[in-house]
Design a protein around this ligand. Structure first.
Ligand code: ADP
Ligand code: MG
Length: 239
């Protein structure tokens, strides 16, 4: 299948650091696929998303992207002095829409994540799950083809995270998105993604396809796959 995002032999070292955060990474993401990236902290997961989002440039290698990209951050990353709809409308800044159009689109995006009635609320009056819904609405308002998510559910309680899992799966299918989710929960990765990339020390260590049908639940098969990945992550690198 054709990739909408592709990295070829990409390396990246942060300014002032000798050790590269990403080293000679090659990976492609097929159109309309759902991929999870997992691995130990510091392994380069967020750096890969930043490269894909164009927030930092590859220093070596090539990158190819085809489509509009949006990013969802941990816990929404909302401006505290702006209402939900103002935060979502920020996603459209510089897109050339009138203020009226911006707010109409913002309200439609809030409606899509079940937040229409909270459009005028400030972030401090919303729950963690509601704030993350606003963060997702802000990503959707530009009508993206590709949704990048960096640990978007890790600050939420289990029940709220599960509800948002179902909604993200439904958005993925309804909008035919290509989704790349960074997660520190292997169970979450296996419940949501069609393939799980295991990253360690800036390299791709393993590609694990997950072919189970949706909706998935935590049961023997999903827990088995998550545990296999856990063993891979904790396995000491052989010298
Ligand atoms: P992960 O998301 O898997 O935890 P990161 O991509 O954030 O990993 O980090 C990869 C490596 O790059 C780590 O060694 C980390 O310390 C380093 N790093 C990340 N962000 C920065 C930064 N802004 N400046 C310098 N080093 C960074
Ligand atoms: Mg990270």
């Amino acid at each position: 299948m054709e990739s909408v995002l592709e990295l070829k032999d990409v390396s990246y070292a942060y300014p002032g650091h000798n050790a590269p955060a990403i080293e000679a990474l090659s990976v492609g993401f097929p159109a309309h696929s759902f991929t999870a990236i997992v691995g130990p902290s510091g392994g380069g997961k967020s750096t890969v998303l930043k490269l894909l989002a164009g927030l930092i440039p590859p220093q070596t290698g090539e990158m190819h992207t085809d489509g509009r990209i949006s990013m969802v951050f941990q816990s929404g990353a909302l401006l505290p002095w702006k209402t939900a709809e103002e935060n979502v409308a920020l996603g459209l800044m510089n897109a050339g829409f009138s203020e009226h159009e911006q707010f109409a689109k913002a309200r439609a995006a809030l409606g899509e994540v079940g937040m229409a009635q909270f459009a005028r609320e400030l972030p401090r009056d919303l729950s963690g799950g509601q704030r993350q819904r606003v963060g997702i609405a802000r990503a959707l308002v530009t009508d993206p083809d590709i949704l990048l998510m960096d640990e978007p559910f890790s600050a939420l309680d289990v029940e709220t995270a599960e509800r948002l899992h179902r909604e993200v799966l439904s958005l993925w299918q309804r909008r035919s998105l290509t989704v790349i989710l960074v997660s520190h929960s292997l169970e979450e990765a296996v419940l949501l993604a069609q393939s799980v990339l295991v990253m360690k020390a800036g390299s791709l260590k393993k590609f694990v396809p997950v072919t189970l049908p949706y909706p998935r639940h935590l049961e023997t098969r999903t827990m088995h796959i998550a545990n296999e990945i856990r063993l891979l992550i904790h396995e000491r690198d052989r010298v």
